[in-house]
Design a protein around this ligand. Structure first.
Ligand code: DX5
Ligand code: ZN
Length: 218
């Protein structure tokens, strides 16, 4: 289908006005929730209690992106807290298959995230089990970075792999997405767009979301 999902990343929101920020992005489809542990990435953000509060305040499904070294240990806490989608990093998981089953058994959507230098081919054995693949288009850790162009080739390769397998997981792209580049990212096969600075860096968050959405389906 032609429909796309827009997932504002609250990493770039004003934390002291978070409930107001959530209200301002209510036209989005998902809330992207960046968990950083200061170890897998050199930055530290939110934990499961914050996720629970965000889920309750927003009403939109929470898309948890776990940038942590120990997803095998902590994923369950984010399921308990009410995440609707959980992405863990391939590079950090010891038991990716087991984690995917856990997430799905708990009624959430299971997703694996790939760093820019990790090839999509690593997903070959598990692709058929995934509800979503998260392709990082910047090195994880910070908002406001520049989109890495080679991501487009990687997205096309992932699309071919999915066609070969006869599966169609959601394909999420995260990092440096804006209304200016979202058309070519859509054309390369993505359909879920994370946007941090492009949304929360705009005075009118709803307009920024509408702008990304309009360009994605164009
Ligand atoms: C980066 C995070 C992203 C970040 C994107 O590690 O995973 O979700 O918020 O921010 P922008 O859209 O500003 O690149
Ligand atoms: Zn993210």
């Amino acid at each position: 289908s032609d429909s796309v999902l827009i997932a504002p990343s609250i990493l770039s929101a004003d934390y002291l006005r978070l409930s107001d920020e959530l209200e301002q992005v209510s036209s989005a489809d998902l809330i992207h929730f960046d968990v950083m542990d200061g170890h897998f990435v050199p930055n530290l953000t939110f934990g499961p209690d914050m996720l629970r509060a965000v889920a309750a305040a927003s009403g939109l499904p929470v898309d948890a992106h776990l940038m942590v070294s120990n997803p095998d240990e902590v994923t369950e806490k984010y399921l308990d807290a009410g995440a609707s989608i959980v992405s863990f990093h391939y590079e950090a998981a010891l038991h990716a298959h087991r984690l995917v089953q856990l997430i799905k058994d708990r009624g959430a959507k299971a997703s694996i995230a790939l760093n820019p230098a990790t090839p999509v081919s690593v997903l070959e054995p598990i692709l058929d089990d995934l509800d979503m693949v998260l392709v990082m288009s910047v090195n994880p850790g910070f908002g406001g970075q520049t989109f890495i162009e080679s991501t487009l080739r990687k997205l096309r390769r992932l699309r071919r792999m999915c066609d070969e397998h006869g599966v169609s997981p959601l394909v999420e792209v995260d990092g440096g997405i804006s209304a200016r580049n979202v058309a070519e990212v859509t054309a390369s096969g993505a359909n879920v767009f994370v946007a941090g600075s492009a949304v929360f860096g705009s005075a009118d968050r709803a307009a920024a979301i509408a702008d990304i959405r309009a360009n994605a389906v164009a």
